[in-house]
Write a protein that binds this ligand. Structure first.
Ligand code: 4AD
Ligand code: MG
Length: 463
């Protein structure tokens, strides 16, 4: 008999059909005349309820084995379910036990576990309702992202993970070396001599694929990269990971307006797709995690994002009678409390803040004519704050060279990036979406560690 996925059976199989499913037992309930066993294979939130009749061969011994966590293959006949909330159930005729679990030793017993506890068993937590739903939404979201860009003719390019440049210039790099750490080669001034290292210069894990994506956009017009990025940022918050995934589109012949339009269209598309593909999981989040999740999603799809320049944002914040922990002054970066105030209280929807002071932004952003600001954009979302960061890039060679010097960056390392301004430069723009922040936003999950299977954060690299 062909093995079916539980989700497919629950959705579309009719009574009287014979079927085989495989999965892990979530619960077992033994009554006088029969026993219920719930099986889940990760394909849906709902379990398939399986009935073992008293007449099942060797009933007592078989049931003894069917503990929570056990891996099984069960065959039987679909029947209409008399129980509320489920259309069908499976009447078992045969069961094969794969991996057994000693009674009461399984860490995921039926009670509710805290997310904190579940993080300590990250290798098992995907078998819970919540994490199962998170990772299905994560999958649907990835697929929708590719679909969005593919439908619009963007080329998916693969930018390197090992790199010798610091795109954001924030110095949050993880060095990658194969030097003998107990016997480091030194320069005369005592610093490590990376010329002796594997790549002949200091290498690190990338913080962003943007610089290489720009090179690709200047060949293919519209591209995107979607991969892991790394930041040695010592921020232990519910929104920061040391390893996170970023979606970075880059468009040639595009300015900041076009960049904002894409960001907005993109977020709407992805929310819509997830609502359509994961209705059951989204209902679950709305009911159990955050009762505003569905309204938020619909609101994002239907409302126009607010667009304001940084100057205006500062003005609004200064005029408000809210006491902020961090002072609001022109020139300072917006703190998460400011971002949340703007999106949650002032506008009640995503806000795109543009044209930030150049001194708080990266070297590659295009300078505005006022000499003070750059063509940057941040998309801010309620509860999350910054979810997207992007910019129109400085395409003018002289301006870019000047900025690199002013900021004390090494021009020699960026020779190839500058070449792009020598050979057929055009206005171009792009952005980076923090994928886990998007998943948080969608699901209402409070901690970013619970939307990536195996989170990496300061002092945490288990699993
Ligand atoms: O604003 P960021 O630093 O922008 C860039 O890296 C640009 N090079 C992107 C581009 O224009 N192609 O990061 C982009 C997004 C942020 O808005 C945030 O959502 C997410 O990446 N992000 C993080 N997510 C989780 N953990 C962290 N430590 C993050 N740092 C940034
Ligand atoms: Mg940013």
């Amino acid at each position: 008999m062909e093995v079916q996925r539980v989700g497919v059976v629950l959705r579309s199989f009719q009574p009287e059909t014979e079927v085989t499913v495989r999965g892990w037992i979530r619960t077992k309930r033994e009554l006088k005349e029969f026993a219920f066993v719930e099986v889940n294979d990760g394909s849906s939130m709902a379990n398939l309820q399986v009935i073992f009749d008293r007449n099942y061969p060797d009933y007592e011994n078989v049931l003894k084995q069917l503990n929570t966590g056990v891996a099984v293959e069960i065959s039987g006949t679909i029947a209409e379910s008399p129980a509320k909330g489920q259309r069908i159930e499976l009447r078992a005729s045969d069961v094969k036990v794969y991996g057994e679990v000693e009674a009461d030793t399984y860490p995921l017993q039926k009670k509710r576990h805290s997310f904190e506890f579940l993080r300590s068993i990250a290798h098992l937590r995907s078998r819970t309702n919540t994490l199962g739903a998170v990772f299905r939404v994560r999958n649907a979201c990835s697929a929708a992202i590719h679909q969005f860009f593919q439908e619009r003719g963007f080329l998916w390019v693969h930018t390197p993970i090992l790199t010798a440049n610091d795109c954001e210039g924030a110095g949050e790099l993880f060095t990658v070396t194969n030097l003998d750490l107990n016997n480091l080669p030194r320069n005369e001034d005592g610093s490590v001599n990376f010329e002796e290292d594997f790549f002949g210069k200091r290498a690190s894990l990338t913080v962003s694929g943007q610089l290489e994506a720009e090179a690709m956009a200047l060949a293919f017009t519209n591209v995107y990269t979607f991969g892991p990025t790394f930041r040695a940022e010592n921020s232990n918050t519910s929104r920061h990971l040391s390893e996170f995934w970023m979606v970075e589109p880059e468009m040639a012949f595009c300015d900041l307006q076009g960049d904002m339009d894409l960001a907005e269209e993109f977020l709407k598309y992805v929310f819509q797709a997830v609502l359509e593909r994961c209705p059951e999981d989204m209902e679950f989040f709305n009911k159990r995690i955050d009762s505003t999740v569905l309204d938020t999603a619909r609101h994002i799809i239907d409302s126009e994002f607010e667009r304001i320049p940084y100057n205006k944002a500062i003005e609004i914040l200064q005029k408000s009678d809210r006491k902020f922990e961090y002072p609001v002054e022109w020139g300072a970066d917006l703190q998460s409390e400011h971002e949340r105030y703007l999106t949650e209280e002032v506008f009640g929807k995503p806000v795109i803040v543009t044209d930030y002071p150049r001194d708080i932004k990266a070297f590659y952003m295009r300078q505005n004519d006022d000499g003070q600001t750059v063509a940057a954009l941040d998309v801010l979302a309620p509860k999350i704050g910054e979810i997207i960061g992007g910019a129109q890039r400085e395409e003018r060679l002289d301006m870019l060279e000047k900025r690199i010097q002013e900021m004390g960056l090494n021009q020699d390392d960026l020779w190839w990036y500058l070449d792009l301004r020598r050979y057929g430069t055009v206005p171009h723009a792009g952005f980076g979406l923090g994928f886990e922040r998007l998943i948080q936003y969608m699901t209402g999950m409070g901690n970013i560690r619970d939307v990536i299977p195996f989170p990496r954060t300061p002092e945490n690299i288990e699993f």
